[in-house]
Design a protein around this ligand. Sequence first.
Ligand SMILES: *Cc1c(COP(=O)(O)O)cnc(C)c1O
Length: 427
Amino acid sequence: MDSRIETKCVQGGYTPANGEPRQIPIIQSTTFKYDTGEDMGKLFDLEASGYFYSRLQNPTCDRVAAKICALEGGSAAMLTSSGQAATFYAVFNIASCGDHVVASSAIYGGTYNLFAVTMKKMGVEFTFVDPDCSEEELENAFKPNTKAVFGETIANPALTVLDIEKFAKSAHAHGVPLIIDNTFATPINCRPFEFGADIVTHSTTKYMDGHGAAVGGCIVDSGKFDWMAHKDKFPGLCTPDESYHGITYADKFGNEGEFITKATAQLMRDFGSTPSPQSAFILNLGLESLHVRIKRHCENALAVAEFLSKNDKIEWVNYPGLEGNKYYDRAKKYMPDGTCGVVSFGVKGGREAAETFMKNLKICAIETHVADARTCCLHPASTTHRQMTDEQLAEAGVSPDLVRLSCGLENAQDLIDDISQALNKVL
Ligand SMILES: *Cc1c(COP(=O)(O)O)cnc(C)c1O
């Protein structure tokens, strides 16, 4: 029986047998015991499935990955130790030295750095495109060695909403997959596979954990991309892997399994960004209430955005769920039930006013974090981006007055009252 998404949040990924633990057991073991060397050899050759060493796979982590896979409607998934590791593996699994990737320019700062600095050093070249570029501009970004297209459903912190169908169409016309970071929307509000995306990544550190308790990431494969149809572009999947006795992932695991199997067998084996079973267990506690929490995050954010949009101390408000926002219609199409809990806005009076406002907040705390139960805010110009001049901030899309507020699960009126009293301190 295929259950609805709320039921999948609570029960997906793990069905205990008679007498087994109701909750996903924490298998805090690095290693697993076998009766014969031959049994274990089969695992090493990917001839049989099973566990042998928790750097590659662990039963607790796999059950939690299976839940996220079910939520996204994918065919296979893996957890990673962070969202950064998930992004890196998802791209590096198909693009290596000499390859090229097209990415939206409105992405998480850490992802931009990973692509533009670190992966560039590894020989992977990125072309960044405006997410609202024309189809023609998008077309011009492709090269013969392009291996993937990357974007975020709702960009952190720009809060732009990606036209997933436009990006998927363009990627597929060039025989490459679309990878979507779905961290901010979560599968509760958007399932990118339904709009043509092929691979989804998550920083589970954000809403999925939702309590600021465990850093983690996840990669989900839709199982729909036909790698073999573009054999020449993806030799890593479609030709024998000498480090696995000549296995060809595409032949052995098919469209549904090859991407995640290769990422586990090669990248997790060699880079080892392994999540701990304990962290996976904590993540699962968050997932059990994801559907309930996301609704509240969005309600609170909308109430706050509406309040701010009517306040005369506020210069501008950016929230894709707010009527009149540039992305309102697109958000309604891709996320009819809500967008996310993050709102950004400018306080009149610029940098100084923003600082005064923030230091007077009592419920909303100043943090370099988003998307957890407690409301938090950040003034990039005086913290994460403080070394930049106002001109450099403008290029990064961060105005000196920008405040990013991540609405938690508190009472909406309490949040509004807190924001209101702090704004009253601004002259
Ligand atoms: C936080 C974040 C990441 C990075 O995730 P970590 O878990 O911090 O490594 C990637 N993408 C988005 C959209 C994020 O918000």
